[in-house]
Design a protein around this ligand. Structure first.
Ligand SMILES: [Fe+2]
Length: 282
């Protein structure tokens, strides 16, 4: 019985070190236990799952997501979204026209500035440009494992100050006092241990600002050096979106960013995002 149910859909490698696609599954209906287990196992093994050919409205996406754990709220600037647990990733302005601006184009791990950052992000493509706008992922297990042993020993006990406000400031964006209060700075290990796989992974990105107890500039230099190492092409998978894709990825062992390689003033790119709540990194 279990084999028959699991065999009703297919999980295929996407060809590189990262990622698998799932074909033949309908996420609009509740998943049975074996299917949920198979998805969870594939998620831990491949870090990114592309579940093809879905058409989920916001409620259905929330229902699918909740089968893998509790969802988290978004930052205060998302409060006008149509559902408190869904973030609309969009380049459309208030009148529904492409605005020309794209967000999340630099490497980050979602909500790393929270005491309990997102475990997983689930993103469902609703409108896509004719080409481009890929989401790129960098493998933080591979990046950690490939460091020289002496570097790993040096960084294993370091802790990083993650700051929404300082991260935005570095990009030239100011945050309101309310946003600052909503997302105070927090501290996480630089090389976290994944709670499900036990593997170490570098944990940094846009919100990783400096090293606890170090001079800010010295810490920034180390973070930038490690991030340059971790985002080399050999660690990166580029997801070329197809209509209907639901992408589910593990923020605990990946960085991601959007490729700004299409005309965002001309073409819409709209995706619906839910985030599964994580635990404090250790
Ligand atoms: Fe993101």
């Amino acid at each position: 019985m279990l084999q028959r149910e699991v065999a009703s859909f297919e999980i295929r490698d996407l060809g590189g070190a990262l990622g698998a696609e799932i074909i033949g599954l309908d996420l609009a209906s509740p998943l049975d236990g074996p299917t949920r287990s198979a998805i969870r196992d594939a998620f831990l093994e491949h870090q990114i799952l592309a579940i093809r050919d879905q058409d989920l409205d916001i409620e259905a996406q929330v229902a699918f997501s909740l089968q893998f754990g509790p969802l988290e709220r978004h930052v205060i600037s998302n409060r006008n979204a149509p559902h408190p647990l869904v973030h609309i990733v969009t380049n459309l302005d208030a009148d529904g026209r492409p605005s020309g601006s794209l967000q999340s184009t630099t490497w980050h791990s979602d909500k790393s500035f929270r005491p309990e950052p997102s475990m997983a992000t689930i993103l469902h493509a609703r409108q896509l440009p004719p080409a481009g706008g890929e989401t790129c992922f960098a493998d933080m297990y591979g990046a950690y494992d490939s460091l020289p042993a002496e570097t790993r020993a040096e960084i294993d006990d370091l802790r990083v100050v993650h700051s929404y406000a300082l991260g935005r400031a570095r990009m030239g964006v100011s945050v309101s006092e309310a946003e600052r209060r909503d997302a105070p700075d927090t501290i996480h290990p630089l090389a976290r241990i994944h709670p499900d796989t036990g593997r170490r992974a570098l944990f940094m990105g846009d919100h990783a600002h400096h090293i606890e107890g170090w001079q800010v500039e010295t810490g920034r230099a180390l973070i930038e050096r490690l991030q340059a190492h971790a985002t080399q092409e050999c660690f990166v998978y580029r997801h070329e979106w197809r209509p209907g894709d639901v992408l589910m990825w593990d923020n605990r062992c990946l960085l991601h960013r959007v490729e700004q390689n299409f005309d965002a003033a001309r073409h819409a790119r709209v995706l619906h995002r839910t985030c599964l709540r994580g635990t404090a990194p250790a």
